[in-house]
Design a protein around this ligand. Structure first.
Ligand code: ADP
Ligand code: MG
Length: 210
C-alpha cells in the first residue's frame, strides 16, 4: 500500500530533484522555448512543499488536488496549468483514499494524463510532456497486469518515461511554444518531457515499496 507519507516524500523529493535540475531544464527550454521551465517548476514545487504541512494529514486525493491547485496559482505559462491539471485530476480519481493500492496509483496517473491531454489538446508524438507520461502509464499498467510488484512496475514506468523523453529529440513540435520554431524544433529534447520523466523517476524511488 502507498501511504500519504510516501506521497509527501515523493513530492518533497521531486522538489529537490527540480532544484538540482533547474539549470538543465532551463537550458533545454532555451533551445526550443523561452528558458523558463526550470524556474517555473522550481517555483511551483517550492510552493507545493510549503503547502504540504497543511494537508499532510488529509487523504491522498486532497494532497494531490492541493498540489495541482498550488501549481496552477503559482506557475504561469503552459507548464504550470498542465502539471496543475495532472495533479488535480489524479487527486479527483482517488478522492478520499488514505492509502493507495498499486492499481489506484495507475488509475490516478491515467486520470492525470487524460486531463493534460484534454487541457492541452496534444497527443503523443507532438513533442510534449505527454511523450514521457503516456508510455510511463502504459508500462505501469502492463507490468502490474503481468503480476509484477509496485517497485518493479514503477521502475518499468520510469524506464519507459526516459525512453519517451529521448524519443522527443527527433520530433517536430506541433504544440506549445516550441511549435513556433517549426522544423528548428527538431534535434532538441523537450523540457516538459524531461521534467515528467523526473517526476516518474521520483515516484519509482519514493512510492515503489510495498
Ligand atoms: P511555457 O511554454 O509557457 O514557457 P514551460 O516552459 O513551463 O511553459 O513548459 C513548456 C513545456 O510544456 C513543453 O516542453 C511541453 O512539454 C509542455 N507543453 C506545452 N504545450 C503543451 C500542450 N499543449 N500539451 C502538453 N504539454 C505541453
Ligand atoms: Mg518555457
Amino acid at each position: 500500500m502507498i501511504k500519504r507519507e510516501d506521497v509527501v516524500t515523493w513530492l518533497t523529493c521531486y522538489r529537490q530533484v527540480l532544484k538540482d535540475n533547474k539549470d538543465y531544464l532551463t537550458e533545454l527550454d532555451s533551445a526550443i522555448g523561452d528558458a523558463d521551465h526550470g524556474a517555473n517548476m522550481d517555483r511551483g514545487f517550492n510552493a507545493v512543499v510549503a503547502k504540504l504541512p497543511s494537508v499532510e494529514d488529509k487523504d491522498i486525493g486532497t494532497i494531490l488536488k492541493t498540489t495541482g491547485m498550488t501549481l496552477v496559482s503559482t506557475v504561469g505559462g503552459a507548464g504550470g496549468p498542465l502539471y496543475g491539471t495532472f495533479f488535480m485530476r489524479a487527486g479527483m480519481a482517488i478522492d478520499g483514499k488514505a492509502e493507495l493500492t498499486p492499481d489506484d496509483l495507475a488509475v490516478a496517473f491515467d486520470a492525470g494524463v487524460a486531463g493534460v491531454q484534454q487541457r492541452g489538446k496534444a497527443t503523443p508524438g507532438e513533442k510534449t510532456m505527454l511523450d514521457s507520461l503516456t508510455p510511463a502509464c502504459a508500462a505501469l499498467h502492463e507490468s502490474l497486469d503481468g503480476g509484477a510488484d509496485l517497485k518493479v512496475s514503477l521502475d518499468a514506468a520510469a524506464a519507459a518515461a526516459e525512453q519517451g523523453m529521448k524519443d522527443t529529440i527527433p520530433m517536430l513540435a506541433t504544440k506549445g511554444r516550441a511549435s513556433y520554431l517549426g522544423e528548428r524544433s527538431i534535434g532538441h529534447q523537450d523540457p516538459g518531457a524531461t521534467s515528467s520523466f523526473l517526476l516518474i523517476q521520483c515516484a519509482a524511488d519514493c512510492l515503489g515499496k510495498e
